[in-house]
Design a protein around this ligand. Structure first.
Ligand SMILES: Nc1ncnc2c1ncn2[C@@H]1O[C@H](COP(=O)(O)OP(=O)(O)OP(=O)(O)O)[C@@H](O)[C@H]1O
Ligand SMILES: [Mg+2]
Length: 252
């Protein structure tokens, strides 16, 4: 069985009256691409925030490479190789693409020249190699997503958490990003991606975990998830799987 780089054990997170993450247990296999999917408000981003040290859980624990990292701050986890992107991209708008990426690279490379060189290499990997001197604010949506990805990659992560890096991209931009994500995995980086673009989930993910209303409702290979009636109902409402089957039967 594949090595587990991270294990989430019975993790819960409460916001006032709302149980945003409700007793979730799952794990991520080293060297794989895992997708985390589910309807809006399911708790996906909250789970990312917990495992990357931006939020403390109310219960449960998170193990990374076998060690308990629950509640450790994000800067320490970044040094341990856990990087995340943000659903709402937030670059330093007035800095260049190069400087924005170098900020992440500085974490492990105190010398400025080394950080800039590493940043340039990462920019090439995500397709921003020709835009290094551009102001971050001047990038297109797709450019901004690539920059967000590059900033996370610049810390040389072992585990990379991508929060909807394909959101807002058109179909051809999405197609262009798929090989970029695969190439990162092929360099040995374990990837967990929150994604609503199902075509990307189907084509990239080895394993899919489905959250709905804070709870893990299904997990498995992409094809098994696509036909899972609990998953269909989480997206389309109770009884939807039956209605779909009836329609299919009527037409077939
Ligand atoms: N800081 C917060 N304070 C209060 N409630 C929050 C906070 N962050 C998230 N929530 C709530 O927790 C629930 C889960 O939110 P979360 O952002 O994790 O969902 P998500 O699965 O990422 O959804 P989306 O697909 O829309 O990004 C939502 O009901 C949200 O409104
Ligand atoms: Mg989210």
């Amino acid at each position: 069985m594949a090595d587990k780089i991270m294990r989430v054990e019975h993790v819960s997170k409460r916001f006032d009256g709302l149980l945003a993450v409700d007793d979730v247990s799952l794990d991520f296999a080293s060297g794989s691409i895992t997708a985390l999917i589910g309807p809006n408000g399911a708790g996906k981003t909250t789970l990312f925030a917990i495992v990357s040290g931006f939020l403390r859980p109310n219960g449960g624990r998170v193990l990374y490479r076998g060690g308990d990292i629950t509640g450790q701050p994000s800067h320490r986890l970044a040094r341990m190789g856990i990087a995340r992107t943000f659903q709402i991209v937030q670059p330093f708008a007035d800095l260049s693409v190069h400087e924005n990426i170098a900020i992440g690279a500085h974490l492990s490379r105190p010398a400025r020249a080394a950080a800039l060189a590493a940043a340039a290499e990462v920019a090439g990997l995500v397709g921003l190699g020709d835009l290094l001197e551009r102001r971050a604010a001047s990038l297109t949506v797709s450019g901004g997503k690539r920059l967000e990805l590059a900033r996370a990659l610049a810390i040389t992560p072992t585990l990379l958490l991508l929060d909807e890096v394909l959101a807002g991209l058109n179909p051809s931009e999405i197609r262009d990003m798929l090989p970029v994500i695969r190439a990162i995995r092929d360099r040995g980086v374990t990837i967990v991606m929150i994604e609503h673009v199902m075509q990307a989930v189907m084509s990239l993910a080895d394993t899919v975990h489905v959250l709905a209303e804070g709870r893990l409702i299904a997990e498995g290979p992409p094809l098994s998830i696509a036909g899972n009636s609990r998953v269909i109902e989480a997206y389309l409402g109770r009884g939807a799987a039956g209605r779909l089957a009836a329609v299919g039967g009527g037409n077939g």
